[in-house]
Design a protein around this ligand. Structure first.
Ligand code: G16
Length: 544
């Protein structure tokens, strides 16, 4: 195999965010841009000669050419085997599972998740380590530092690989395996959930369902598992064909973007259960007939009912949530007397806790839930968890949620996003917030007295690493919170996220609309951060 060393010049913007490097496709298409980042990753890793790399993506525009480039670079850098999903497709949780199952050294996942796709939209790449999880911060920092002074990358002279034919190709010492992207993952799901019960419940018509794959990666997975294996009707999976531009939509599973699903779930004759996943299949949105379940509530409900799921029946070791996620799961953990960890935003922070066996379930407000079965959040896993719960409890989604609130109280919650804010304005807002923190504790605003006001910093209980500046928290005496963070996944300007949360113990008030129930906190948030005043905007771009 002939290997060429190609001279390059560094780019200064390859600092990975919350989940890998995400940029516009046009940025990735600059000469050497993708190559620099991949070489920076390989240069920062050690002892992978002859080992296995897993490679696949969510099928968005630029997925295939990027895979061909990465194959040549992985070959030139000495990997012994590359496992690739057929068509270059692998959902993020499936990639995580395949890395673990086949003892791979690591994997490269090509996705910008819920961001739109197409020639003028977004692309992304992230490296996952041998435990199947996103590279921790010490690694992503090393990739970035390397990218700042890289001067060459290596490419092997091999023909483009046929990504569509399953089988193994041998080129000198390198073997390239094109595998079915779904089979291993489907088997894993079968080992976690009660597929017989699910088949009965779906087959008998007790559970009717609608799953929106949003023209993204989960289409083939949902068809195989929900339709072929569990017997759901074929029209139960909509937008099932992965498209390079996701049909021109945002593959973002929320009520605004999963429009068709939302209309049917809140319309007449709604199915019992409805769900959607995102571009790369790791997020989930859960709905029932006429009810939307917030991701924070979903995590808490899963934790409270985990004993009903075969894989978790024996033991729930502990739970974890990202800091901005509501405290609903904390109440379950306290009731069950199990540990509850609070981590910064980003799935990578759960990895050490999962590896150390400290937690079984974890989740985030950003439509992510998962368990120790892989090291990524997992959209279809969450769907199957809920289906299994409905089948076991013989209750509707609404009844399950209300019963949970009655027992634990309701953490009324919402998030307001202001997108594509000018960087200077966003930084000004953060500075303004910071400057107020020391004086806030003890001050009273209406029914809210500030208990603490700080910037979240996390010390990893396993490796002792410290991650600072992970969001501004203003907590009140009554347990309510307002949190401000700049997103680490956007590609245009800055996105300010405002997370609002208030606890309601009184069951007669559980059916309130979140925006009205949180109105006073929403006003307070504006008073603190002045986003409307400073940008002239009148409302958030997205409310979830
Ligand atoms: C990624 C991360 C999540 C995070 C989310 C939002 O999800 O994996 O841990 O919660 O981004 O991050 P931010 O608030 O910084 O935009 P995904 O699904 O986009 O990979």
């Amino acid at each position: 195999m002939q290997i060429e060393t190609i001279t390059t010049h560094p780019y200064n913007d390859q600092n990975p965010g919350t989940s890998g490097l995400r940029k516009k496709v046009k940025v990735f298409q600059q000469p050497g841009y993708l190559e620099n980042f991949v070489q920076s990753i390989f240069d920062s890793l050690h002892d992978f000669s002859g080992k296995t790399l897993v490679l696949g993506g969510d099928g968005r525009y630029f997925n295939r050419p990027a895979i061909q480039i990465i194959i040549k670079m992985a070959a030139a850098n000495g990997f012994g085997k590359i496992i690739i999903g057929q068509g270059g497709l692998l959902s993020t949780p499936a990639a995580s599972h395949i890395i673990r199952k086949y003892n791979a050294f690591g994997g490269l996942i090509l996705s910008a998740s819920h961001n739109p796709g197409g020639p003028d939209e977004d692309f992304g790449i992230k490296y996952n380590i041998g435990n199947g999880g996103p590279a921790p911060e010490k690694d992503t920092t090393a990739f970035y530092l390397r990218s700042l002074n890289i001067d060459s990358y290596k490419m092997a002279h091999i023909e483009d690989i046929d990504l569509d034919s399953i089988g193994t190709i041998q080129i000198d010492d390198l073997s390239i395996a094109i595998i079915d992207p779904v089979t291993d993952y489907a088997e894993l799901m079968q080992s976690i959930f009660d597929f017989n019960l699910l088949k009965q419940s779906i087959g008998s018509g007790y559970i009717t369902l609608l799953f929106d794959a949003m023209h993204a990666i989960t289409g083939p997975y949902a068809k195989r598992i929900l339709v072929d294996m569990l017997g759901a009707t074929s029209d139960s999976v909509i937008n099932a064909e992965p498209l390079e531009d996701f049909g021109g939509h945002h593959p973002d599973p929320n009520l605004a973007h999963a429009k068709e699903l939302a209309e049917r779930m809140f319309g007449p004759a709604a199915p019992v259960f409805g769900a959607a996943s995102d571009g790369d299949g790791d997020r989930n949105m859960i709905t029932g007939s006429n009810i939307f379940v917030t991701p924070s509530d979903s995590l808490a409900i899963m934790a409270a009912n985990a004993h009903l799921i075969p894989a978790y029946a024996q033991e729930l070791r502990g739970v974890a949530r990202s800091m901005p996620t509501s405290q609903a799961v904390d109440r379950v953990a306290a009731c069950y007397n199990i540990p509850c960890y609070e981590t910064p935003t980003g799935w990578k922070f759960f990895g050490n806790l999962l590896d150390a066996g400290k937690i079984t379930l974890c989740g985030e407000e950003s439509f992510g839930t998962g368990s120790d079965h892989v090291r990524e959040k997992d959209g279809l896993w969450a769907v199957l968890f809920w289906l299994n719960l409905i089948a076991r409890k013989r209750q509707s989604v609404a009844d399950i949620v209300h019963e949970h609130w009655q027992k634990f109280g309701r953490d009324i919650y919402c998030r307001h996003d202001y997108e594509a804010v000018e960087m200077d304005i966003a930084n000004g807002i953060v500075e303004h917030l910071r400057s107020q923190l020391p004086a806030l504790p003890g001050q009273t605003f209406g029914e809210y007295t500030v208990k603490y006001a700080d910037e979240f910093s996390y010390e990893d209980p396993i490796d002792g690493s410290i991650s600072s500046n992970q969001g501004i928290r203003i907590g009140f005496e009554n347990g309510s919170r307002i949190i401000f963070r700049l997103s680490g996944t956007g590609t245009v300007g800055a996105t300010l996220r405002i997370y609002l949360e208030r606890f309601e113990a009184d069951a007669s008030k559980h059916d309130q609309d979140a925006q009205s129930a949180l109105a006073e906190l929403i006003n307070l948030a504006e008073q603190f951060c002045e986003i409307k005043k400073r940008t002239g905007r009148i409302e958030p771009d997205v409310v979830t």
